[in-house]
Design a protein around this ligand. Structure first.
Ligand code: OAD
Length: 231
């Protein structure tokens, strides 16, 4: 299916849901695709509070490797198109499951990070959260208060950042169009936003469980297709 010509207009209210696929063309692996993290690793070991409690050094070593890879990555044409789209339409909310910060780097402003941010760390003892961009030499790292630090991301079985889902739901319900790009749409509650939308444009090189039900299911990469949707 071709991108619908002129579907997005300067008067459009747009919400966007992104997943790991939008960063694939920046060289960051996805989770469930070919070469994806969950093809090689058990998510129970790396992305659950129980896994972290069992072996914090193992979990931190993986996060530190990802942080290093992400620090070398640059936004691609898909990220840039979304930042441009935000400037050109009447209302725009970008809801992302990604923790890599590439939407911020591309210039997107109204971003809801459902799964947190890999550049933040949180103390398990005092609860303080801060941005930490520098390389962490001692793993696991510790807070000045003596507590162990954990990555500021959401793991399986954890609740999302306060208010994030409420704001995302309101944006999707208020939007004329929801663009769903680069997500396998298998993880909830994020995937639950899709059936709430009036009109959905899905962008993915592969079919997902939602492809047959959405108005436009566009087969291709986000760096190819998103620039063509900017009004
Ligand atoms: P997945 O790895 O599950 O899905 C990535 C999707 O991107 C797949 O459907 C691919 O077909 C598609 N894709 C690959 N390359 C693409 C490209 N260049 N352009 C567009 N699409 C492309 O990643 P997510 O759906 O983001 O959560 O996964 C959701 C959550 O599961 C993640 O946030 C993470 C993970 O476990 C946590 O860690 C809590």
């Amino acid at each position: 299916m071709q991108p619908p010509n002129g579907l997005l207009k300067p008067s459009s209210k747009v919400a966007v849901l992104t997943g790991a696929g939008v960063s694939a063309e920046s060289g960051i692996p996805t989770f469930r695709g070919n070469g994806g993290y969950w093809r090689e690793h058990r998510f129970e070991d790396l992305a659950t509070p129980e896994g972290f409690a069992r072996d914090p050094k193992f979990v931190w070593t993986w996060y530190e490797e990802r942080r290093r890879g992400i620090s070398r990555a640059r936004p691609n044409a898909g990220h840039v198109a979304l930042a441009e789209m935000e400037k050109r339409v009447a209302a725009f909310t970008l809801i992302t499951q990604n923790v890599d910060g590439l939407h911020d780097l591309a210039g997107s402003k109204n971003v809801i990070k459902l799964h947190g941010d890999i550049w933040t760390v949180r103390c398990l003892k005092c609860g303080r959260e801060r941005i930490e961009r520098s390389e962490l030499n001692e793993l696991p790292p510790y807070c000045a208060c003596g507590g162990m630090l954990r990555p500021g991301v959401v793991w399986f079985g954890e609740i999302l950042p306060e208010g994030a889902m409420e704001r995302a739901t309101a944006a999707v319900r208020a939007a004329d169009v929801l663009i769903v790009a680069g997500t396998s749409a298998q993880v909830y509650p994020a995937a639950g936003l899709i059936p709430m939308a009036r009109t959905v444009i899905e962008i993915n090189p592969e079919a997902t469980g939602f492809s047959d039900d959405v108005a436009y299911s566009l087969r291709g990469t986000s760096a190819e297709i998103l620039p063509r949707l900017v009004p």
